[in-house]
Design a binder for this molecule. Structure first.
Ligand SMILES: [Cu+2]
Length: 192
């Protein structure tokens, strides 16, 4: 039940220590973005975690997730939005669907609400494939390796609107639907 949210120079140091990830210098100024990591726990856990599992078969307690956002943020540093996902301890060989959702996680899997959409579907809940797709939403689908690890990356030319991107939800199958297996609350940075 470790939750770490780092920012600024600390995030840059973490990235450097882990072999770096997606670029950092924007206009000659280091802009480290957001990095959050945690171990999953059931909502009933005595020590609360920002990472909640609703399906212990697919997302076991103490399995691990890290999410990074680079670019697409505030302070006039727009640039491209890059969101990366890393996980460990997942069910080997299983294919997960993963999206950025609008609200923070809660004990109720529906607390995270719907997907973040760049162009918002006027019909909610959104089911129209013109809106529910990896170009208009942030999808981080992955298939767990034999050792339970996995990763994904999403690239976009847009950034998040303030207050509308707050979590990453893991579903039991790839694509835009599927049951919610777990949720990680992430402090994504909006475009400023
Ligand atoms: Cu989702």
């Amino acid at each position: 039940m470790v939750a770490v949210v780092v920012a600024g120079a600390v995030a840059a140091a973490v990235l450097a220590a882990s072999g770096g990830a997606v670029g950092g210098a924007v206009g000659g100024v280091e802009h480290p973005g957001v990095r959050a990591e945690a171990r999953f726990a059931p909502p009933s856990a005595f020590v609360p975690s920002p990472a909640l599992t609703y399906d212990m078969d697919l997302v076991p307690a103490a399995s691990w997730i890290a999410v990074e956002q680079r670019g697409g943020g505030g302070h006039g540093h727009g640039g491209g939005l890059v969101v990366t996902l890393q996980v460990r301890g997942m069910k080997p060989g299983h294919a997960y669907g993963v999206h950025v959702h609008q609200k923070p996680c809660g004990a109720d899997p529906e607390a995270a609400d719907g997907h973040y959409q760049h162009r918002v579907d006027p019909v909610q809940p959104s089911k129209d494939p013109d809106y529910v797709n990896p170009a208009n939403e942030v999808w981080l689908d992955f298939t767990a390796r034999a050792d339970g690890s996995g990763e994904a990356r999403a690239l976009h030319h847009w950034g998040f609107r303030p207050g509308e991107a707050a979590s990453v939800v893991l579903h039991d199958e790839p694509g835009g639907a599927g049951e919610r297996a777990a949720c990680f609350t992430v402090p994504f940075e909006p475009r400023g």
